[in-house]
Design a protein around this ligand. Structure first.
Ligand code: PLP
Length: 400
């Protein structure tokens, strides 16, 4: 058996230990930051929340930031603040995590999927335009993998129809578009602090915005719809009085999470630099490979490289995506697939969405594989991924 024998055929895997596609990087300063909160007076809604919010607002160049218990809760808050209600239509991409579309359903809205651009994999401005109706009340874009959407064109569409643009930037903390930071480009922008994202708070999310009205609504929504500001109370004759004026949730972030997020935020730029260096190394290694289409970059944008997604040229391979995926897994490379088009899920199928709705997204889904990429990855681990991809693809190459 030669060293070229795939692990899936009984050969020796490229790596001994399984390498995940993404994971957090926690150091002793992160641990100390959380310990300090445990010894303090506030475990939740204490001083860490505002510090973390201010840090992210400053970093992206937004006036306000509102922390939430998760990115999903933050998206739900954004849909509430945008006034989405029963039967309103909201346009979004099918190539995303289900939470993006779910946030529309939580508010009773209808999800309208607009297809992606086959080169950038991001929602196509043309497709957005084509799906706008009288009932369209918002657009939610996703900066897929960390590459910003075409904000200029999409903002122009939103402005023309007087509807807000919500950006799901769970992948895009630190990304720039025309030298501007993601987080300052949409009416509301969501970031996630799940452990696989750029920085983590364990769980957590945030909305950045310049709009004081959205800011107020977001804060209200994460705390049961409760108002304490005297000026906004209907009655204010008692010192303990507060009013619940809308149906909010308990979507508060704890101070433990905020302290971790705040300390992690000191490392945004160093984490980004590593992500970009790894992506560059992958680009270099795979450029010569006809079987792989590399991630496409829009000019004058700088991706934050949450994910490195390769597209397989299946017509010049003797294997399916599934076979290649399984072969890489057996080499102990934690490849993944982002994403199953949202409307393929049984819940959405039951709502009446049909396969065939967004042909570009569906075709991409058949051919995409996500390679491991995270700041804590060592050079040797990056080399293992490259070696495994070359080993597997060479094996399945159609001989010319
Ligand atoms: C991670 C993610 C979310 C949800 O964020 P959570 O913090 O896990 O709730 C939403 N949209 C996209 C594109 C994501 O990657």
């Amino acid at each position: 058996m030669s060293e070229h024998t795939l692990a899936i055929h009984g050969g020796k895997p490229v790596r001994e230990r399984y390498l995940p596609y993404g994971t957090q990087w926690i150091d002793s300063t992160d641990i100390q930051a959380v310990l300090n909160v445990l010894k303090s007076d506030y475990l939740t809604t204490g001083p860490m929340i505002e510090l973390f919010e201010q840090k992210i607002a400053d970093y992206v160049g937004a006036k306000y930031a509102v922390a939430f218990s998760s990115g999903t809760a933050a998206l739900h808050g954004a849909c509430f603040a945008a006034g989405i209600q029963e039967n309103d239509q909201v346009i979004t991409t099918p190539l995303t995590f289900a939470a993006t579309a779910n946030s529309i359903l939580y508010q009773g809205g209808n999800v309208i999927f607009a297809d992606v651009d086959p080169n950038t994999y991001n929602i196509s401005p043309k497709e957005i335009e084509a799906h706008i109706t009288e009932k369209t009340k918002a657009i939610i874009t996703v900066d897929f993998t960390g590459q910003p959407v075409d904000y200029d064109r999409i903002r122009a569409i939103a402005a023309k129809h007087s509807i807000p643009l919500i950006s799901d930037a769970a992948h895009a903390l630190g990304a720039t578009y025309h030298k501007q930071q993601v987080g300052s480009l949409a009416d509301m922008t969501m970031f996630s602090f799940h452990p696989v994202k750029h920085i983590t708070a364990g769980e957590g999310g945030m909305i950045t915005t310049d709009n004081p009205n959205y800011y107020q609504k977001l804060r209200e929504f994460r705390n049961h719809g409760i108002i304490r500001d005297e000026q906004r109370l209907a009655v204010s004759d008692q010192p303990w009085y507060y009013e619940m004026q809308s149906l909010g949730y308990n979507y508060r972030m704890t101070d433990l999470q905020a302290a971790l997020g705040l300390n992690q935020a000191n490392k945004i730029e160093s984490f980004l630099a590593i992500r970009r260096a790894i992506a560059e190394k992958y680009n270099e290694a795979f450029r010569e490979f006809d079987q792989i289409t590399l991630p496409y970059q829009l000019s004058d944008t700088n991706s934050s490289w949450h994910l490195y997604v390769i597209k397989l040229q299946l017509d010049i391979l003797k294997a399916t995506r599934t076979e290649i995926f399984q072969a890489l897994q057996k080499e102990n490379i934690g490849v993944n697939v982002h994403y199953i088009p949202v409307y393929f899920h049984p819940y959405y199928q039951q709502l009446g969405y049909h396969k065939g709705l967004c042909p570009h997204a569906e075709t991409l889904y058949q051919a995409m594989i996500t390679l491991p990429l995270f700041p804590k990855m060592t050079e040797a681990e990056v080399d293992d991924v490259i070696a495994a991809v070359k080993k597997v693809l060479s094996h399945y190459e159609v001989s010319s």
